[in-house]
Design a protein around this ligand. Structure first.
Ligand code: SAM
Length: 291
């Protein structure tokens, strides 16, 4: 099957469903994007809600863009969307056609096979997108062995194969630098007047709100401390920094020398996904003045 490249009609949007995605906060984030900046860094890119929205609004004209994340499967999917959308759609079409409970668990189990890494990149990307669209709450969670272990979600008609999403994202990702790396590595290249948006796994507001298991190494208190140190270091080179995190005393203390603003986000507030509501979060920046 082939698809026409009518990409001028497709708006860029996240092509994976990602827990912690920032679609509900876009207006608040956009208000804080500096008017002028050089390169753009998003080192915890996840679904990339802010990147795609900024792209849609034409805020990147001629700028270098660096997207990265520690999740290897996610980054493989970004690269395949950027470089091989047609092959990816062909694979997704088959996933869409074969979708069932049994098929989901069969596909989920593929990473337990020793030859998983040797599978074609387009197939692995299609598997990743398929799981993100059909699993419970778009959650990405792996067990101690690194195997994806989220149960199937209860969607009547999950949108698995969307030409609009894939070509929209494909167009947005042209000339974008995409890498699988830890945020600290990615930010080493940030310079004066660049802009970095950091959306790390949030520090939990309570014991049942722990959404930080994106990979087998949880993002713990020590990781939040290290991140705050990197935030301070990169601030010294005069790169504009914006970070979202949870409204907790721990986070507010870590960033007390920076501007901390409180915003309401509409999101799930616990890992069971049954606690939807407005929750207060913080946006930390080194651009505004401290109140
Ligand atoms: C809150 S999500 C980002 C959501 C994203 N802004 C969106 O709109 O979908 C956090 C991301 O951080 C990534 N991550 C966790 N630890 C990391 C690390 N040490 N370095 C880079 N990325 C990391 C996770 O894989 C996950 O994609």
């Amino acid at each position: 099957m082939t698809y026409p490249l009518k990409n001028e009609i497709y708006y860029p949007k996240p092509f994976v469903k990602w827990a912690g995605g920032k679609r509900g906060l876009l207006n608040e984030l956009l208000k804080r994007v500096p008017k002028n900046f050089n390169s753009y860094f998003e080192p915890f890119v996840g679904g990339g809600a802010l990147f795609f929205e900024m792209k849609k609004k034409g805020l990147f004209d001629g700028k270098q863009i660096y997207l990265s994340d520690k999740n290897e499967e996610l980054i493989n999917a970004y690269k395949v969307v950027r470089d091989n959308p047609q092959k990816l759609l062909n694979e997704l079409w088959i996933f869409d056609k074969d979708h069932s409970k049994e098929f989901y668990y069969y596909i989920r189990g593929l990473d337990r096979n020793s030859d998983f890494k040797q599978l074609r990149d387009e197939y692995k990307a299609a598997r990743f997108i398929y799981l993100s669209k059909t699993c419970f709450n778009g959650l990405y969670r792996v067990n101690q062995q690194g195997f994806f272990n989220v149960p199937i979600g209860s969607y009547k008609n999950p949108q698995i194969c969307s030409e609009e999403l894939i070509f929209g994202a494909h167009k947005a990702l042209q000339n974008v630098n995409i890498s699988c790396s830890c945020y600290a590595e990615a930010l080493k290249f940030a310079k004066k007047d660049d802009f970095a948006y950091l959306d790390p796994p949030y520090y939990p507001i309570n014991k049942t709100s722990n959404f930080t298991s994106y990979d087998k190494d949880n993002f713990l208190e020590k990781d939040q401390r290290e991140l705050a140190d990197v935030f301070k270091k990169i601030s010294q080179v005069e790169c504009f920094m914006l970070e979202s995190n949870s409204d907790t005393d721990f986070i507010k203390e870590l960033y007390e020398e920076f501007l901390i603003e409180f915003i309401k986000a509409d999101r799930y507030i616990n890992c069971k996904g049954n606690g939807r509501g407005k929750i207060q979060e913080v946006l930390i920046s080194n651009t505004g003045t401290k109140q």
